[in-house]
Design a protein around this ligand. Structure first.
Ligand SMILES: Nc1ncnc2c1ncn2[C@@H]1O[C@H](COP(=O)(O)OP(=O)(O)OP(=O)(O)O)[C@@H](O)[C@H]1O
Ligand SMILES: [Mg+2]
Length: 252
């Protein structure tokens, strides 16, 4: 069974069919690329997968569970976490508190339990602190744990955003153009971070990227979107050799 299975997903805004008849299958452990020109519908697909938009048609299944009509919080609990095209952090919170916000999404349930076990609240707080630190160490951000998120350099803000998403313990991580606005050095580090996430967490990743060369180096499979439609999908090598793709995308 695929980890993510999307069938015939469609949404229109006014007269514009932003995404139509979109299909996608991602197996556990894959690093999958979603590419296409500006306005092709890539971010809209993420917004559909995470419940920000409700589709006009179609079905989204995660690990066999139908999540099509669920809201963003329910979908996060079901196992999808994301980062945003424009970084979203709590800029006036410290680095570690940003990760704790992610953790609270899942430790909340334990806090609920703590109502019945008076006195364990402190223990949960400690657990959260330790878990946040553990995550920051994985991302090599523990040295900056107490500084404000807004004071991190751009590349590290991206990293922190990924760390916070990972704190919700997802099955599937969605990254929306994480390399946008990065210099070549930052981009290289980002690629290392993505490799790290796969290695450390065995994570399945769907990566939106504008730069075809960049995704082609790391993604096993690709889906190319063009005007809201799937132009081509499959093994990276085959997709990149497809004449339609070359004409519509690489050729411009
Ligand atoms: N909430 C909305 N209301 C109206 N139109 C929308 C909405 N969201 C997206 N669109 C439109 O849907 C189309 C696809 O937009 P989307 O942001 O998904 O593209 P994208 O592939 O992510 O592009 P980019 O590479 O520039 O980020 C665009 O024409 C956009 O204007
Ligand atoms: Mg976008």
């Amino acid at each position: 069974m695929a980890l993510l299975e999307v069938n015939n997903l469609s949404i229109s805004f006014g007269g514009l069919r932003a995404v139509g008849d979109f299909n996608l299958k991602i197996e556990k452990g894959e690093l999958y690329g979603l590419i296409g020109p500006n306005g092709a519908g890539k971010t809209t697909v993420f917004n559909l997968l995470t419940g920000v938009y409700k589709p006009d048609e179609g079905i989204i299944k995660l690990d066999g569970q139908d999540i099509t009509r669920k809201n963003t919080i329910e979908i996060n609990h079901a196992g999808i976490a994301r980062t945003f095209q424009n970084i979203r952090l709590f800029k006036q919170l410290s680095v570690i508190d940003n990760v704790k916000v992610g953790l609270s999404e899942r430790i909340k349930y334990s806090l609920f339990e703590s109502i019945f076990h008076v006195g364990s609240y402190k223990a949960k707080e400690k657990e959260m602190e330790e878990e946040a630190l553990r995550l920051l160490k994985v991302f090599d951000l523990d040295g900056e744990k107490d500084i404000l998120a807004s004071n991190l350099p751009y590349g590290k803000q991206r990293k922190l955003e990924i760390a916070r998403a990972m704190a919700t313990d997802p099955k599937l991580l969605l990254l929306d153009e994480p390399a946008a606005g990065m210099n070549p050095n930052e981009t290289k580090e980002l690629m290392e971070t993505i490799a790290l996430v796969r290695r450390e967490f065995d994570m399945t990743i769907l990566l939106i990227e504008h730069d075809m060369k960049l995704v082609s180096g790391i993604c096993e499979k690709l889906t190319v979107l063009n005007f809201g439609r799937v132009l081509c999908q499959g093994e990276t090598k085959e997709v990149l050799a497809d004449p339609e793709v070359i004409k519509a995308y690489i050729g411009d």
